[in-house]
Write a protein that binds this ligand. Sequence first.
Ligand SMILES: Cc1ncc(C[n+]2csc(CCOP(=O)(O)OP(=O)(O)O)c2C)c(N)n1
Ligand SMILES: [Mg+2]
Length: 580
Amino acid sequence: MTERFYTTSTAFLEALAEAGVPYIFANLGSDHPGLIEALAQARADGRDKDLPKLIVCPHEMVALSAAHAAALVSGKPQAVIVHVDCGTQNLGGAMSNAMRGRAPVLVFAGAAPYTMHDELPGSRNEYIHWIQDVHDQRGIVRGYVKYDNEIRTGRNVKQLVHRALQIAASEPAGPVYLVGPREVMEQPLDPAAVDPSGYRPVEPAALTAEVANEIARALATARKPLIITGHLGRDPEAVPKLVELADLLAIPVIESGPVRVNFPADHPMHRGWQFTTSEQNPLLAEADVVLIVDSDIPYIPSNNKPSPDAAIYVVDIDPLKYGMSLWHVPARRSAAANSKVALAQIAAAVQENGFDPDLVEARRTEVTAAHDAQRTALDALERPADGVITPRYLTACVRDLLADEDALVLTEAITNFQVVAEHLQASKPGSLMGSGGSSLGWSGGGAVGAKLVSPERTVVSLVGDGTFLFSVPSAVHWVARRYGTPTLTVIYDNRGWRAVKQSTLGVHPAGAAAAADDFNASFEPEADLPAIAAAAGGAFAATVDDPAELPSVLKDALAAVHGGRSAVVAVHLPRAQGSE
Ligand SMILES: Cc1ncc(C[n+]2csc(CCOP(=O)(O)OP(=O)(O)O)c2C)c(N)n1
Ligand SMILES: [Mg+2]
């Protein structure tokens, strides 16, 4: 007969379940006996279905990346448990990605015990309890979370968990961080219920009627209006609202940041993607009215900007970008609003105020022709070059492979981000996703999290070779096999860090590094990247050089995934540095 306890740890887990958190992505340690015991007791009592399922992650980067993707795909906040200060530090760049990607995730870390003579259950009894007693554990992540707090008593732990999740899920969503020392997590309690319905996320904000009318009038009377968006597609339901407005007035749309389906690629008003684009976009230069909706970086002004005479409007849940020290768009009006709500308001105001149909129809013809020409030009580039697989050809092969799949593509293709968007031509809202951040390696854990919450979908990651290594692939593929989350990974394998080379060329185009092709960006000698996944998780592994073989290898890999086994295919592209 084992002892039975109800502790802060039990209440913490119950609160997560009450809030609808399905998974805890965990990397455990000496700070977690209370949680481990509570989970084991629940299993012994047959109550484990009432608590979130714990997914063991052998690296914290994988845990938080998985939680990030799971939260965004499912629309439900997720939880991560890590080990005191060192596990928190190992979250590393995944924390920055979760912040920039607006992922509602509660991260819990234990903290060193604060008693050492066995005064309380959980008191120090291990060597490392002294080493892990640091000045400011919460400070490690404070710049990246919306809220951080310490659980000081089990008596209000449920309140803290629900409040933290309410803050995480309210727009702009983002990670939150709680710590709990061992003694607190071991504190015996009487069970207490908290009504989670009192902790709903804040309701979406609308435009004032005055601003909705002004934007509607400006767009309706513009000669060359333009819409720029970057992450509106985080909410797939916002996409049809943007389509409605673009259709109504025949407004061309540019996606700045090619990691979401913000606007269907096959829509005649789609006029292309921007990323680190070095040329001036003529549409932006010529536009007389620009509506920027949900975009963190609408353009890079050093080489691509609107006309000084353009009337610019910004609609964004965070139009001032509080999380960025330097940011400015010379907007006539900036409004903090939810894009789905705001776009419907603007479209309704256009309908009400009326517009010139001749002007709109003439523009529709013109923009549609430009869209078609753009598509034709891109299609013509989808060929291998002299027996070499190009990123565009590879992406076209992936697109064709997925034509009949309910696919969710995670993109971390780095210098091929824009190429992926241009040739994947994703048009279904919610079918393309990036981390939203800049810390490489998100898609490894991300694929696991996405597949866990959408097992019916075919999850595919398109990643750079450097990015594959950042993702801690050994941990990713161990988790994937253990929890049955088979996905396909396609490595855009230029055998180096092409981005690092490009950044150097961007500043020193004629420097010594350029003259000698000496960028410290080569991955010679080459590692067998797919073999890492095979060793760690039994994945199907292949490397492809020959363009003619590529479609059939991808097909075999996808068949392996459908058979329940992950697959990793490295596709050799022209080298990032050095010649073949
Ligand atoms: C965690 C992290 N470390 C370093 C970088 C800097 N960085 C940006 S792109 C890049 C190279 C990525 O290589 P790869 O995935 O092979 O893509 P490629 O540049 O070859 O297209 C690096 C190292 C980063 N963004 N994140
Ligand atoms: Mg590379």
